[in-house]
Design a protein around this ligand. Structure first.
Ligand SMILES: Cc1cc2nc3c(=O)[nH]c(=O)nc-3n(C[C@H](O)[C@H](O)[C@H](O)COP(=O)(O)OP(=O)(O)OC[C@H]3O[C@@H](n4cnc5c(N)ncnc54)[C@H](O)[C@@H]3O)c2cc1C
Length: 409
């Protein structure tokens, strides 16, 4: 396939630029969002992406992404919200329970004074929308191309691509995912925790309407989540022990639907049709650093989380909004003070959300009998104690991090 660069709309085909203010490595949801967020800033921007979108997409699989209200506001500022909304299902309430226990935590949009708690949108649709928007900016989209080497100087970073091309930039934003090439090239370590679980993701139809409710049910094997999709379908995210995933993927559609229904329970009636199944091994990866000289890490390259709380991309999008915010006033985008401002504005949000997500997985994975009772009380307390519920709600709505100008109320 011809490189996407040939689709660039900047009219610069005769003189291909090689010196930039910002080079983003990785054009997944985070890198592509950042291209769009930087468009108004009058910076020379390039994006390097190894895969060849829009056909293959970086990782545009069957998953849906639950976007919280904070992310919705950021996407509105980026001008892509109407297109995203066209394929979004509104989440008007959530229902969290544990199999075999009575405790339930419920959150509703009405309690938060909102029309929706969040929006469940196909991953592929978000990716394609962002790439279309990125192609309308003046950024140079170098794709497909892979970063192979980099050299940090005092004022610029030199980057070598697998095409043999060399480019230079004042700032590199690493948005190249959990296995970040930038991190490895710079010799930065990461703290990794393998949950020994995989998430099986697919679409289903159920005999009862979801009515806008996102369900998450904790079971001894792992959580099973059923979320609204457009046209009254649902997306299913079933977290299972890693050593069982192969066998479960080999089940017939009928067997898979029957087992998933058995695990989830009766709230949505029978499980009927099913789409393609994908599996994702689940690991938390926390980069030891959020910045390095003339380098910023964002999205999964900074922190990759278990999907149980649907926070990974929402957190990454707040990284994007903060990068754009700090660069809007920076004389030199790669200056030490620009990087330290980014670090200080992202640190707390990142620690809080990654800690919350990890604790949630570990607490509900543990089958110690006393802990089961505490979990049950915890869910009830959450439902009955307004301040606690408010705190969790604000976090899940994406309003807990320091506000960037993109997300101010
Ligand atoms: C099952 C599942 C469900 C999820 N559900 C939710 C949810 O509901 N809500 C939510 O907020 N989050 C969710 N997440 C998390 C979310 O999907 C991720 O946080 C998000 O997609 C990360 O995007 P990214 O752009 O940072 O990284 P990636 O998607 O990993 O993109 C990295 C990009 O970098 C490119 N790249 C890598 N190396 C190079 C190189 N050397 N040169 C050039 N390019 C390179 C890759 O090709 C890729 O396109 C879920 C995750 C999973 C697994």
């Amino acid at each position: 396939m011809a490189g996407l660069e040939h689709c660039a709309m900047d009219g610069s085909m005769n003189e291909t630029p090689t010196a930039f203010d910002v080079v983003i490595v990785g054009g997944g949801l985070v890198g592509a969002s950042l291209v769009v967020a930087l468009a108004p800033l009058n910076l020379r921007v390039a994006l390097i992406e190894a895969a060849a979108p829009p056909q293959t997409g970086p990782s545009w699989d069957e998953r849906c992404i639950a976007i919280n209200d904070g992310s919705h506001r950021i996407f509105e500022s980026l001008g892509v919200w109407p297109e995203l909304l066209a394929e979004a299902a509104l989440i008007t309430s959530t229902h969290i329970s544990e199999r075999g226990r009575f405790g339930v935590a419920r959150f509703s949009a009405a309690d938060a004074g909102l029309s929706a708690l969040g929006y469940n949108i196909p991953f592929r649709h978000i990716g394609q929308t962002l790439w279309r928007a990125a192609q309308k900016t003046s950024a140079r989209l170098i794709c497909p191309a892979r970063l192979q080497a980099m050299e940090q100087g005092a004022d610029v970073v030199q980057l070598s691509l697998d095409s043999g091309e060399q480019i230079s930039t004042r700032l590199v934003v690493a948005a190249d995912g959990a296995q970040s090439a930038v991190r490895k090239l710079l010799g930065i370590s990461a703290q990794t925790h393998d949950y020994k679980q995989s998430a099986i993701v697919t679409a289903i139809r159920t005999s009862r309407s979801h009515a806008g409710v996102a369900y998450e049910r904790f079971t001894p094997g792992g959580p099973i989540a059923v979320l609204p999709k457009p046209e009254d379908a649902c997306s299913l995210v079933w977290t299972v022990p890693g050593d069982q995933v192969e066998a479960m993927l080999a089940w017939s559609d009928e067997e898979f639907l029957a087992q998933a229904h058995e695990t989830f329970g009766e709230r949505l009636g029978a499980f009927k049709e099913i789409g393609r199944r994908n599996a994702h091994p689940l690991t938390q990866v926390m980069n030891a650093q959020l910045t390095a000289p003339r380098v910023i890490f964002a999205g999964n390259a900074a922190q990759s989380l278990h999907p149980v709380a649907a926070q990974g991309f929402n957190l990454g999008l707040r990284d994007v909004a903060t990068v754009a915010d700090v660069l809007s006033t920076a004389a030199d985008p790669g200056a030490a003070e620009t990087l330290s401002e980014y670090e200080s504005r992202r640190g707390n949000d990142r620690e809080r959300v990654s800690g919350f997500t990890d604790r949630l997985v570990r607490t509900f994975s543990n089958q110690v009998p006393g802990l089961r009772g505490l979990r049950h009380l915890g869910l009830l307390a959450l439902d009955l104690t307004p301040p606690l519920k408010d705190a969790v709600m604000r976090q899940n709505l994406g309003l807990g991090g320091l506000p960037s100008k993109f997300a101010r109320e």
